[in-house]
Design a binder for this molecule. Structure first.
Ligand code: GLN
Length: 178
């Protein structure tokens, strides 16, 4: 199995580190040739408007849109997987609002509420919020809000799991692919 990390913007090498620590082969994805080789893709955080443009410019938008491969989106990546007033892939049935907690200065860290797991510190950087979980399964909460959800093989997280050393969510996503 080979997992790709979209490498156009954001915390790319941190996601690669998490995958490597789980003994998962991984590759940074910048073009069509590379994306055709992989079995799953992580779309990292960054800035969703810019990220969208970079994906289109790299000629990857249509490929991702049509593909059935498992996706994990973190923060800006989660925005692109859900439903927003801006254009997204809309691959997962949840609604997400950008910059929900305010400006960059309102970024925060907070322990998450997760079923059957504890002590996961969520890093929220100008994070969005899932305002309606739709038909996805919520997997993590913070301040009573859904901050993580799955629909089987896809996972969206409004925080940055790659910025902590706990690979719980990466592992969960990989297990969901089986
Ligand atoms: N605020 C960014 C956006 O709306 C997301 C921030 C992030 O990915 N850390 O796209």
């Amino acid at each position: 199995m080979l997992i790709g990390v979209l490498a156009l913007q954001g915390a790319v090498s941190e996601h690669c580190r998490a995958l490597t620590s789980l003994n998962i082969n991984n590759v940074k994805i910048r073009n069509l040739e590379q994306i055709k080789q992989i079995d799953g893709l992580i779309i990292p955080g960054g800035e969703s408007t810019t990220l969208r443009k970079l994906i289109v410019n790299a000629n990857l938008w249509e490929f991702i849109m049509k593909s059935n491969m498992p996706l994990m989106g973190t923060c800006a990546g989660a925005i692109l997987l859900g439903k927003n007033k801006d254009e997204t892939f809309g691959k997962m049935d949840f609604s997400i609002d950008r910059n929900y907690y305010g400006r960059q200065i309102n970024s925060f860290e907070e322990m998450l509420e997760i079923k059957d797991y504890s002590n996961f510190r969520g890093v929220f950087i100008r994070a969005p919020a899932i305002t309606d979980g739709g038909n996805t399964t919520p997997i993590a909460f913070c301040k009573k809000q859904i901050v993580g959800c799955t629909d089987g093989k896809n996972m969206a997280l409004t925080f940055h799991p790659e910025l902590t050393n706990d690979n719980y969510f990466h592992k969960l996503w990989l297990e969901g692919m089986k």
